[in-house]
Design a protein around this ligand. Structure first.
Ligand code: KG4
Ligand code: ZN
Length: 336
């Protein structure tokens, strides 16, 4: 069965084709980063309009890539949420129109389930059950994943998400949008030990996080440096970026490892945009190795939002015989 998937929850338009037996066939992505950059963040109205412009050409592109006619598609998947309402509506409308016109099932997919299952698109592919660290711009969660549709929340952020902490700190440092990759790049040249920053909730007994205080700590430190020596020079900026990255990564890694110990599972899966962070990857691999725990990441280009993870999550749900809800709220199951 061939499923086409649409992702349009934020600032990436993604379309992909996944076969329930053969996996990913084709995917195409358009990032709106350049468009939003001059505003320092995502402008929802512009995002929706750009999704409208891009989604059909991307659909044509994936069909061409896979060398398949439209008639070969058996089901349509789309990101139902969470995300920007207007942006989500574009993907949902196109997907439902497509399904309606061709008499196909339309499968709504939770954006986070897409991220959560995306490491299974890589080889080697993790077996269930595993601990998942889901770190995106809007969410920071630790989950026990028993199988497709079997997700137990073990801990989450009480305020800002890890990606938000990266983005907001990057903004304070005068780095452009999106802040996470920019801050991480600058941090490579910096000394993480020069400025001390807090590791919020590092030693709390639970698996929860809190990042809003860290952003304030970065601001306080920034003001203190400015007061002492005027505007930050390049080295100071890089050192503060490194300190920030290190603080965020330390907490994420510590809690993920704590979850591995608590559950006794030997597989840790990292998903979501912040999963692209090299420092986090390295730290997790090293810490997990000491516990003989394997760590899995999505392919680097599928860490941030994309259509492949949405089509793939739908394929996994179909293969598992799981029901989806139709637009009237009635459950239906798609059979391969
Ligand atoms: O999963 P994603 O594409 O979108 C959401 O669903 O939120 O994640 C985007 C987030 C942003 O906050 C971005 O700054 C962060 O992931 N991010 C990174 C890196 N690449 C993306 N943060 C740190 N280091 C990176 N290399
Ligand atoms: Zn996302």
């Amino acid at each position: 069965m061939i499923i086409i998937g649409f992702e349009s929850s934020c600032d990436e338009t993604g379309v992909a084709l996944v076969c329930t037996e053969r996996g990913l066939l084709a995917h195409a992505l358009h990032s709106q980063i350049a468009m939003h950059r001059e505003y320092g963040g995502v402008v929802p109205e512009l995002a929706s309009r750009d999704h409208i412009r891009r989604i059909l050409p991307l659909t044509r592109a994936v069909l061409n890539q896979a060398g398949l006619p439209m008639e070969r598609i058996d089901a349509v998947a789309y990101t139902a949420g969470p995300g920007l309402a207007g942006a989500l509506l574009v993907g949902a409308s196109v997907a439902q129109a497509f399904a309606w016109a061709r008499g196909l099932p339309a499968i709504p997919i939770h954006h986070l389930e897409g991220h959560l299952l995306s490491p299974l698109l890589a080889t080697p592919r993790p077996e269930f059950p595993f601990v998942a660290l889901l770190v995106s711009g809007g969410h920071t969660q630790i989950m026990r994943v028993g199988g497709v549709g079997d997700y137990e929340l073990l801990g989450e952020t009480l305020d800002d998400a890890a990606g938000e902490a990266f983005d907001k700190s990057a903004k304070l440092l005068g780095l452009g949008y999106p802040g996470g990759p920019a801050l991480s790049k600058l941090a490579q040249e910096g000394d993480a030990g020069r400025y001390e920053l807090p590791r919020p909730m590092l030693h709390s007994r639970d698996l929860d996080f809190s990042f809003s205080g860290l952003k304030t700590a970065v601001l306080t430190r920034l003001r203190a440096i400015e007061k002492e020596s005027g505007a930050l020079d390049d080295a100071q900026r890089a050192d503060l970026a490194a300190a920030t990255e290190s603080a965020i990564v330390d907490v994420l890694a510590a809690k993920a490892i704590k979850a591995v110990k608590q559950t006794g599972l030997k597989r840790l899966v990292v998903a979501g945009g912040v999963g692209a962070n090299r420092h986090l990857r390295k730290q997790l691999i090293e810490a997990a190795a000491r516990l003989k725990c394997e760590v899995f990441f999505p392919p680097l280009d599928l860490c941030t939002d994309n259509g492949a993870m949405i089509a793939f999550a739908a394929a996994m749900r179909v293969n598992a015989g799981l029901a989806a809800l139709d637009s009237a709220g009635h459950a239906f199951t798609v059979r391969p």
